[in-house]
Design a protein around this ligand. Structure first.
Ligand code: SF4
Length: 227
């Protein structure tokens, strides 16, 4: 498989509906980023966190994944607690927060209407997710935030969804890599309910449940380093 660039152009034209939505918000809010949101964190990281798509007033506004809306409050607090981030998260891309051994990306880089990308849009943006994984030489663990991110990852990795169904706290071991430029390596995927305000307000995901996932990830990453 040919691996292309990991970051789309600011004016990536591949998804007509998302381009139209992006242009609408560029006209309405020229002070917002309104562009594909790049991955955040070092390429040498062992952990990759995969969300579905930028939130309109979160990452789409600020230009950094999970920055500026509720989901970021819980995600960055949890990453800091488990040593995957340092600094103070202040919901701004210039807050100085730094990720340690962790990186964050979205399966779909442009904000979709009502937070819902279509299947074809997920498939169209997949090459950027493939390239993001391929450019991480130490990638050993992925946290999939939500069922759609999980399903997208399974498809991207060529892992059967039926054999590895989504479940909060589920852990799926396998390998990734499909070419000489993206060699085969062990990889473990950890599932979590998405840390959205809706999920936390309705009790689908509690901070303790979210911490439990990252506690398992921390143990896995540290164990892999010790082996
Ligand atoms: S979602 Fe991805 S493929 Fe579609 S326009 Fe945005 S960057 Fe391009």
């Amino acid at each position: 498989m040919e691996v292309g660039p990991a970051e789309p152009d600011r004016d990536c034209p591949r998804c007509p509906r998302l381009v139209e939505f992006r242009e609408t918000w560029r006209a309405k809010r020229p002070d917002w980023e309104n562009a594909p949101v790049p991955s955040f964190g070092p390429v040498e990281a062992r952990l990759l966190i995969v969300g579905l798509a930028p939130g309109l007033q979160g990452a789409n506004r600020t230009g950094r994944p999970f920055t500026g809306d509720y989901a970021g409050d819980l995600l960055y607090a949890t990453l800091t607690e488990f040593g995957f981030a340092t600094g103070t998260y202040a919901a701004r891309p210039d807050d100085g927060l730094t990720l340690i051994d962790a990186r964050i990306t979205n399966a779909v880089r442009c904000v979709p209407p009502e937070n819902k990308p279509t299947g074809p849009e997920i498939a169209t943006c997949r090459p950027f997710l493939v390239a993001t994984m391929a450019e991480m030489p130490k990638l050993a663990a992925i946290v999939a935030l939500g069922r759609i991110a999980h399903d997208t990852l399974m498809g991207t990795l060529g892992w059967k969804k039926s054999a590895r169904p989504f479940g909060h706290g589920a852990v799926h071991a396998g390998s990734h890599g499909t070419s000489s430029t993206w060699p085969q390596r062990p990889l473990t995927v950890f599932d979590s309910y998405h840390c959205s305000r809706y999920n936390t307000n309705t009790g689908v995901l509690t901070p303790a449940m979210f911490r439990a996932v990252f506690s398992a990830v921390r143990a896995h990453v540290d164990g892999a380093a010790a082996r």
